[in-house]
Design a protein around this ligand. Sequence first.
Ligand SMILES: [Fe+2]
Length: 248
Amino acid sequence: MTEHPDLQRRSLLCTAAVTVAVLGTTTAATTQPLLEKAIMPTLHAFESQTTLKPLAFDPAKLSGLSERLIRSHWENNYGGSVKALEVVKKHLAEALANKDTPPYIYNALKREHLLRTGSVVFHEDYFDNLGGNGQAGATERKVIADAFGSFDTWETEFRRIGAGLGGGSGWVMLGFNTHTHQLENYWLADHAHGPAATLPLLVMDMYEHSYQMDYGAAAAKYIDAFFKNIQWEVVARRIETARQVSRT
Ligand SMILES: [Fe+2]
């Protein structure tokens, strides 16, 4: 089976992070060629992925989130952003090549580029951290408890941020800030609102399209359902990547 191009890209980025960690004590002259190889992008800056990343779980088997909702969300909202990003990047390339393109017109495209990129990345993070049994393992619980005082404190804050976004739009993220080296929950008002220097560990979509089909305006019921379906094994792998980065 051919690996999805986005997975290849993610794998390279992960490899880059690990490489930085592993090579921390070697000389710059030694590490430079290896780093250049590790972070070599798979896509040109003006290209984007053309296919949707498949769901890693059977959408008919989630608890409290219908197959109809998940398939519609994946195909129409996530898929719409994948297609839109592809179109935006083509327009950017054409606009850049045209010396008469006004900068404010160019930046209108760059704004859409930022939003659509965030939508694609956060949606892939979101679907990837669904499909589990909602039971956090001992390691994840300890890492989170150490950062927040208790696992329950973390969950309370994560849920409260989600509740505050109910009826509107945005994302909730448990993230590792590679600058402050802190594990924190973040409020994101939209797809372009990613916290600085932060690796997403757990992402919850709070746009109404995430739950309206199943729960109407009852966002709290959706949050309960989300927690029942968290794929904590994915979160654990993201925590391990964050640990590698934090050692650099
Ligand atoms: Fe969404």
